[in-house]
Ligand binder design. Sequence first.
Ligand SMILES: [Zn+2]
Length: 172
Amino acid sequence: MKDPLWPTEVSERLREYLSGTFTGVQFQTAPLAVYDVVTLDVSWTDGPALHEVDLVALQIVLRLHLDTWGTSNEAGSRIDRISKRRTMSPVAEEMLLKVLAADLGTGPGEQDLERFYTLPPVLAASRYRAEKGTIPEFLDLLFEATSFRGSGVGDGDIGGPDTLLCRCALCA
Ligand SMILES: [Zn+2]
């Protein structure tokens, strides 16, 4: 039986684990305790999709819980919530806008941000059910469905939407 870990230590382990799993992506993790509720704050730019981080984070937090389960001070390693913030870099935004422009058949810069467009083919498989939407809506959806591996963003080695969309066990 191991000694319980404190939230700061869990937070650091999670950061290391995420960095090892999604190499090249910078993760920030911070524990936040409000009364009895401990939240682990995880943030990163581009990189993997939210649900991919969820899967990895749940795995490690569960493992740490099990490791210390039944010890006299199991409260130490208890994490109640994980909150995630994923930011889109300007480079990624530009890239995704180009993908959308190609898919919608509009030139870059010709897009009317308030106009409603028909759902582009790249988003046909998404959980989005509406038939029409605005460019900002599509951009968010596309970002959500996109998994940027490593520092590939902006390297010019990312092809069309086929290679952008997440291919994890949940999405494939
Ligand atoms: Zn996925």
